[in-house]
Ligand binder design. Sequence first.
Ligand SMILES: C[S@@+](CC[C@H](N)C(=O)[O-])C[C@H]1O[C@@H](n2cnc3c(N)ncnc32)[C@H](O)[C@@H]1O
Length: 214
Amino acid sequence: MFKKILLLLITGVSITSLGMAGCTNTAQKQDLEAQVQPPTLTGQTETPTATTQPQERPADVPYVPTPQPVVDAMLNVAKVSKNDVLYDLGSGDGRIVITAAQKYGTRGVGIDISPERIQEANANAQKAGVTDRVQFRQQDLFKTDFSEATVITLYLLPEVNLKLRPQLLQLKPGTRIVSHAFDMGDWKPQQTLQVEGKTIYYWVVPEEIPANLR
Ligand SMILES: C[S@@+](CC[C@H](N)C(=O)[O-])C[C@H]1O[C@@H](n2cnc3c(N)ncnc32)[C@H](O)[C@@H]1O
């Protein structure tokens, strides 16, 4: 099952074509116990303090990074700017949040359930010199309040996107959502593009939730 999930993430092949009914990933349990305290988003430049917190439950999606040209295209399609607050739900090594901060001065928050990924993302933010604009929180994305976001980025799995969809539709109208590889079922994207063989989907939260998505 783990190999199938990885294949799905890497290729973006339809979940049904792989004959998968559910993709809860039990093989991804991380045992690294380093967590980094989130810095405040404004004006903080000092090194975050490392603490330890074991991973609360297995991840829903294994770690596979988005290739950098796809990251660049995701930020480009959402027209990310310094006025945005970007949340990457399942932020991995932090590359989407960090690239947005470096290229556009965007404030960003990365959410990841894995302490190893959070530690890595904080180290990368440090190297990139963007710790005043980004923070990484070790949290379950299903228990996270991301209502302040103006841009959401995702590289999850089809059924995880669908589970998140009601919460995404409740965000402020105009909030932009970009997903690498997977769509949102009946919520049709405003734009779809191909970059290096990967598909990127783009939505804008509407003023009113369409009847078929309520
Ligand atoms: C496919 S990777 C994407 C990483 C990054 N967003 C990127 O595009 O490069 C998915 C990430 O989601 C994280 N993840 C899986 N389930 C999660 C959950 N319930 N809450 C928070 N993070 C989760 C994994 O640890 C992994 O780092």
